[in-house]
Design a protein around this ligand. Structure first.
Ligand SMILES: Nc1ncnc2c1ncn2[C@@H]1O[C@H](COP(=O)(O)OP(=O)(O)O)[C@@H](O)[C@H]1O
Ligand SMILES: Cc1cn([C@H]2C[C@H](O)[C@@H](COP(=O)(O)O)O2)c(=O)[nH]c1=O
Ligand SMILES: [Zn+2]
Length: 203
């Protein structure tokens, strides 16, 4: 488990900020981990701002919702630069689905951290074809802390770090959940549509 660096209450001009990145495949627990860290910051009575790309309307237009139904309210933004002005009063800034943001998100995160804020970003590190997704490689490079979380392969039960797409679209952006994607390990990702899904074992 990630142990948060202590957020001391220095005067704003003395604060040191940083970037934490939470990455992994779909269903790996990125959003749960983001919500966990943000809730702890709220318990510490810090001013927390939470943002997501407005195109992510999958579960809810405004809230961030995990596959396990944890929820936290957020502000949907269409351009990453919108976060800069809105996050001005915040001590802690949470950003979900970072892979969907434009490349300016890297400067935005750096500016927020340079301004003394704790910036916690979650996003998919690879798309459905196994290629690095958008701004994620650059965010990994500039973050002080990177946490890679893993799902469970729904074919064989091993650790999964790929998001296998079940539908024929080749568009990079295709919102969905278990209707359109499966978490798969390296071996089962390459088995394609004929992968033999393990049956439930009853003891
Ligand atoms: N194949 C899977 N592996 C692990 N967790 C899964 C899987 N399928 C569904 N889940 C559920 O998804 C939850 C994680 O959801 P979430 O935090 O939204 O993940 P992410 O943001 O990485 O897509 C898990 O706690 C679990 O309840
Ligand atoms: C692999 C992949 C995923 N997406 C979409 C599908 C979901 O709407 C989000 C990922 O959400 P999660 O919180 O990580 O489960 O991204 C996509 O558009 N393209 C892809 O290649
Ligand atoms: Zn597998």
């Amino acid at each position: 488990m990630f142990i948060e660096p202590i957020r001391r209450r220095e005067p704003p001009h003395l604060r040191v900020g940083w970037i934490e990145l939470i990455c992994g495949s779909m269903f790996s627990g990125k959003t749960e981990e983001l919500i966990r860290r943000l809730n702890r910051a709220r318990i510490a009575k810090l001013n927390v701002g939470i943002f997501k790309p407005s195109l992510d309307t999958r579960y809810h237009a405004q809230d961030i919702v995990s596959h396990n139904a944890s929820v936290i309210p957020s502000i949907p933004v269409s351009a990453s630069s919108d976060i800069l002005s809105m996050a001005h009063p915040c001590d802690v800034v949470g950003i979900d689905e970072a892979q969907f943001f434009d490349s300016a998100i890297i400067d935005v995160c750096n500016q927020l951290a340079n301004d003394g804020k704790r910036v916690i970003v979650a996003g998919l590190d690879m798309d459905f074809s196994g290629k690095p997704f958008g701004c994620m490689p650059q965010l990994m490079a500039v973050a002080e802390f990177v946490t890679k979380v893993h799902a469970i392969c729904v074919v064989c039960g091993d650790i999964a770090h790929y998001s296998y797409r079940l539908v024929p679209s080749q568009e990079r952006v295709l919102l969905g959940e278990t209707d359109s994607y499966e978490a798969r390990c390296r071996r089962c990702f390459h088995l394609g549509p004929d992968a033999p899904h393990r049956e439930w074992v009853q003891e």
